[in-house]
Design a protein around this ligand. Structure first.
Ligand SMILES: Nc1nc2c(c(=O)[nH]1)N[C@H]1C(S)=C(S)[C@@H](COP(=O)(O)OP(=O)(O)OC[C@H]3O[C@@H](n4cnc5c(=O)[nH]c(N)nc54)[C@H](O)[C@@H]3O)O[C@H]1N2
Ligand SMILES: Nc1nc2c(c(=O)[nH]1)N[C@H]1C(S)=C(S)[C@@H](COP(=O)(O)OP(=O)(O)OC[C@H]3O[C@@H](n4cnc5c(=O)[nH]c(N)nc54)[C@H](O)[C@@H]3O)O[C@H]1N2
Ligand code: SF4
Ligand SMILES: [Mo]
Length: 905
């Protein structure tokens, strides 16, 4: 087969970069940035550029699988039987318990056409508003913020504004990790125009702070107080745009009354910053010729998420910093098509075309267009409420697509109970390995990135055509096709003899039907089609029929899509996060992203290379906090919240303030026993219903888990993971990851209070290939200590240490170097457990900073010691020369070496 290139988009974040997929019609061979795509102009970050290395077929869902009774295991089925079965269960449930006894939980990672099919299915055919998406955990506070402050859910800016702005405030966003290509654009702009001011507002000192002129490490959840404090100063200093306020806004009087109380001293105290910092921030916001704000989950994932969004937009309205180049409130959308979800009505309270389910006129418009008598008026359930009602038994059939709630929803114990209790769970998934897959009664294999066609909208309202490069593996089908097929079977039962609502054969037909519902609305994209994007390239809405180009910026005329055309100041007082630190839970747990992992790791977790940057879930704590708890980096602790407990290793990290703790969000039960969201809370914002995933009260308790296990095994890592993870369930602490680039291996660390039964260890050894063949073993059953290594062709291919694991770094390094020498043999066959001689550098120290060029932190530090600067490091080691994602970290190492900080005693 000849090599070909297909232009498409990256399936990860909301930047929406264009990618060129290199393939031979059967396999994807490589990816590169699409130079013609206006989001990234050819660049890709460390996740985008490794897309072709992910998606191991061994982890993919390939055939429909059906479970015919709880307690039984699923068996392979075929599409006809599977979908007929699902249709009959849904039809029966609806007939017996009404339309609101079923629900759909979908995802910001679906394509616009997929969403549209799901919305029509739920609202027009089933007759329920119980259709919500994981965007409830992500963007719903921004949706409320835009709608109530500006009148419509429309981010008004363009990426270009990052380059044009004089003052950029990045708040609750670690864009260096989460929106790297936009961060690259900002870095370049700042290096061209160093006078541009960058403010970062984040309780942690993240890599994003690398670019900041001012970092406000506010106390978690205090953003509303901060924004009101800034507005207080803007009004006091007269840094406001009175003409704009008068001509284009309403409601300032009430807000003025409110913010009068937010004096600098009080705000500085609430936020845990200095009055000088507050003043500096207000001055730059108020006096810069243009002011842009960028925000993400630090604002949205909060019980005050809606208030935070509106309080930030207030600052733009007061200064007239909206509707012109380099200015405006600009939410960074998380998922690749969270925007498309909002446009098509994929939250329970919305309807297609930026309409509201609670609005009778909106319902009538859509019902008329769809040719049904009416749409349901009952309020639909939002994600947290939805799973509550699954748990209480009110929802009896649940359809989940393209999301992994058994990993990503807060309060996992409740979520897993709900999934367990639900009589019928359907899961439409590309990977059969996810935590949620274990609960599915029907697993439907979905085509994934590179295998499906449709459209997505990125953060700047730009619609791209997602193109298919290769056929989906096995029997996997595109999401819209699965949904339409199911809907056709269901309508035969629910509306027999009536014309089909789902006569779609291509995704373009779905798009063409959908776009008419946007006609005349703020997001009017009736002029766009798949073919038009192919012709003109990706376009920004609004793009009404007859237009020749899209719309880079909204509200240039100061007219807003509210009833009277005026934007609204929103006056809401600061409310603290729900779980404040107290004597029982003295730490605030913050959770968030790592650079190289994506959410529950169904895709990124298949590439060993992507574990190189951070190999294990560790709890970051300030050195003082470690000291106070008498802990050392690497120690295991029991981390408790009001909802559950997990056991995890701690690390010393002075980018986290004392009293706080940070855990990456990515590790679910598959990779870390219990998973991170066992701890997080379901409390949500009253308007957006978005849960407070960023702040949970926790405490640390010491654990005594003297019996430890370390294992490493090469080969089919997905299969090893699948068989070994359940065997590890008996241990208190279990952490799995992949390692190695050329020869990927599965790595297991586990610990428990007492040694396991010998049979369990034997079962594990069997899986590891450490029973027979070229295996060297030393066992001391009396001490419950044992070591086994498999050596093939002079190289280690599997390791297992039990009891204690002192030699693990040494062995892992030997494995990495492909060595299996006499010294190893002698050590293996002796009762010694500690490694011979020098333990060798810990493998932890060789964390891969530059993933593209495979350059370790150790190599970079050595280079810095030799006197190399950034340019020198790039030239000599090649690090940071490709995607650039590691440059902020390299710069930090350079700074740390230049000004050694006093060691913490
Ligand atoms: N590498 C990577 N990139 C991703 C994703 C991924 O999984 N991996 N996921 C994508 C998705 S869906 C999303 S939603 C985005 C999320 O992108 P971000 O929101 O940028 O990422 P997070 O790390 O979740 O959180 C951002 C920051 O909020 C801070 N924060 C916590 N509490 C507060 C607070 O009270 N106030 C303020 N001001 N800040 C606070 C945290 O310390 C954290 O640094 O990333 C997208 N991009
Ligand atoms: N503690 C904590 N929890 C969080 C967050 C946090 O910051 N902290 N962030 C929250 C946020 S912002 C988000 S967006 C959520 C994300 O949470 P999830 O939505 O659960 O995240 P993913 O793991 O990306 O799930 C997407 C699933 O779709 C599958 N998939 C991939 N491609 C396709 C496809 O084409 N079709 C189908 N049908 N399936 C496909 C993937 O294998 C994956 O299992 O997590 C939330 N949870
Ligand atoms: S910034 Fe990275 S993850 Fe996001 S779309 Fe671009 S390449 Fe993909
Ligand atoms: Mo998200």
């Amino acid at each position: 087969m000849s090599r070909q290139t297909t232009a498409s988009t990256c399936c990860y974040c909301g930047v929406g970069c264009g990618v060129l997929i290199e393939h031979d019609d059967e396999r994807i061979l490589g990816v590169s940035g699409d130079p013609a795509h206006p989001a990234n102009f050819g660049k890709l970050c460390s996740k985008g550029s490794t897309l072709h290395l992910t998606g191991d077929l061994a982890a993919r869902a390939l055939y429909p699988e059906l479970r015919l009774g709880k307690g039984l295991s699923r068996a392979r089925s075929d599409w006809d039987s599977a979908l007929d079965h699902a249709a009959s269960i849904f039809a029966d449930t609806i007939a017996e318990h009404g339309p609101d006894s079923v629900a759909f939980y979908i995802s910001g990672q679906l394509l616009t056409e997929d969403y549209y099919a799901f919305n029509k299915l739920a609202r027009a055919l089933v007759g329920t508003n119980n259709i919500d998406s994981n965007s409830r955990l992500c963007m719903s506070s921004a949706v409320v913020g835009y709608k109530r402050s500006l009148g419509a859910d429309a981010p008004p800016c363009s990426y270009e504004d990052l380059e044009l702005s004089d003052c950029v405030m990045i708040v609750g966003s670690n864009m260096a990790y989460a929106h790297p290509i936009l961060f690259r654009r900002l870095e370049e702009a700042k290096s061209r125009r160093p006078q541009m001011k960058i403010i970062v507002i984040d309780p942690r000192r993240t890599d994003t702070c690398d670019l900041a002129d001012l970092h406000l490490a506010i106390l978690p959840g205090t953003d509303v107080a901060l924004f009101h404090g800034i507005l207080h100063l803007l009004l006091w200093e007269d840094w406001v745009d009175r003409d704009f306020i008068k001509a284009h806004t309403e409601g300032l009087a009430d807000l003025k009354n409110l913010v009068r109380d937010y004096t600098p001293a009080m705000v500085a105290q609430i936020c845990g910053i200095s009055v000088e910092q507050l003043h500096q921030c207000a001055e730059w916001v108020g006096t810069s010729p243009s002011f842009l704000s960028l925000w993400c989950m630090g604002l949205n994932q909060s019980t005050a998420g809606s208030a935070k969004n509106s309080a930030l937009i207030n600052l733009h309205l007061a200064t007239g910093q909206i509707g012109r180049p380099g200015a405006g409130p600009f939410s960074l959308t998380g998922q690749p098509n969270a925007m498309g979800g909002r446009e098509t009505g994929s939250l329970s309270n919305l309807l297609p075309g930026h309409r509201d389910a609670a609005n009778a006129e909106h319902r009538a418009e859509v019902a008329r267009y769809w040719g049904v008598e009416q749409l349901p008026a009952t309020t639909g359930l939002s994600a947290i409420e939805l799973f509550e009602q699954v748990r209480s038994g009110k929802i009896k059939a649940l359809w989940i697509a393209c999301t992994n709630p058994a990993q990503s929803m807060p309060d996992q114990t409740a979520v897993r109970d709900a999934l367990q209790a639900c009589p019928f769970v359907v899961l439409q998934e590309a990977f059969r390995t996810t935590e949620t897959a274990a609960f599915a009664d029907l697993l439907l294999p979905a085509a994934s990135w590179g295998e499906k066609e449709g459209s997505v909208t990125n953060s700047e309202r730009r619609i791209s055509h997602v193109r298919r490069a290769i056929a989906a593996p096995g029997e996997a089908r595109p999401d819209w096709a699965i949904t339409v097929d199911f809907a056709q079977r269901l309508e035969k039962r629910l509306r027999p003899g009536r014309p089909s609502l789902f006569a779609f054969e291509t995704s373009a037909q779905l798009f063409d039907e959908y776009k008419q519902l946007t006609r005349g609305r703020d997001l009017d994209l009736s002029g766009i089609s798949h073919a038009l994007i192919d012709q003109l390239g990706p376009q920004q809405w609004p793009f009404p029929e007859g237009a020749s180009s899209g719309t880079p910026r909204l509200y240039l005329d100061g007219i807003f899509p509210t009833d009277n055309g005026r934007a609204r100041f929103v006056a809401e007082p600061y409310r603290a996060a729900k779980e404040l630190r107290d004597a029982r839970y003295p730490l605030t747990l913050n959770t968030g992203r790592l650079r190289d992992q994506w959410h529950g790791m169904s895709r990124t977790g298949t590439a060993a290379q992507l574990f190189g940057h951070v190999n294990e879930a560790v709890l970051s704590l300030h050195p003082d906090e470690l000291h106070r708890h008498r802990l050392q980096a690497g120690d295991l602790v029991s981390l408790k919240s009001r909802r559950g407990t997990i056991i995890v290793a701690v690390d010393s990290d002075d980018s986290v303030r004392p009293g706080q703790a940070f855990l990456p969000m990515h590790w679910g039960d598959r990779f870390l026993k219990g998973g991170v969201n066992t701890l997080t809370q379901p409390a949500f914002d009253p308007l957006s219903k978005q849960p407070e995933l960023k702040h949970s009260g926790v405490r640390l308790e010491p654990v005594n888990l003297p019996w430890q296990l370390f294992a490493l095994v090469e080969g089919n890592v997905q299969q090893h993971l699948e068989t070994l993870r359940p065997l590890c369930e008996a241990f208190s602490y279990v952490s799995l990851s992949l390692t190695g680039r050329e020869r990927p291996a599965l790595l297991i660390r586990a610990a428990s209070a007492v040694a396991p039964e010998p049979q369990l260890l034997q079962a594990i050894d069997e899986q590891l290939g450490l029973i027979e063949g070229p295996v060297l073993a030393y066992d001391d059953p009396r001490r419950s200590i044992g070591k086994r290594v498999r050596i093939e062709n002079g190289r280690i291919t599997a390791i297992r240490l039990a009891g204690e694991t002192l030699a693990r770094h040494w062995l892992q390094n030997l494995w990495l170097e492909g060595r299996a020498d006499e010294q190893l043999r002698r050590w293996l066959l002796a009762p010694l457990s500690a490694p011979p001689g020098n333990v060798g550098a810990s493998v932890g120290g060789s964390k891969t900073l530059c993933n593209c060029m495979n350059v370790s932190q150790r190599a970079i530090c050595a280079g810095i010691e030799r006197g190399l600067d950034l340019q020198g490091l790039k030239q000599e080691l090649g690090c940071g020369t490709q995607c650039g994602s590691c440059v902020p970290e390299i710069k930090r190492l350079l700074v740390a070496t230049a000004q050694p900080v006093a060691a913490v005693s």
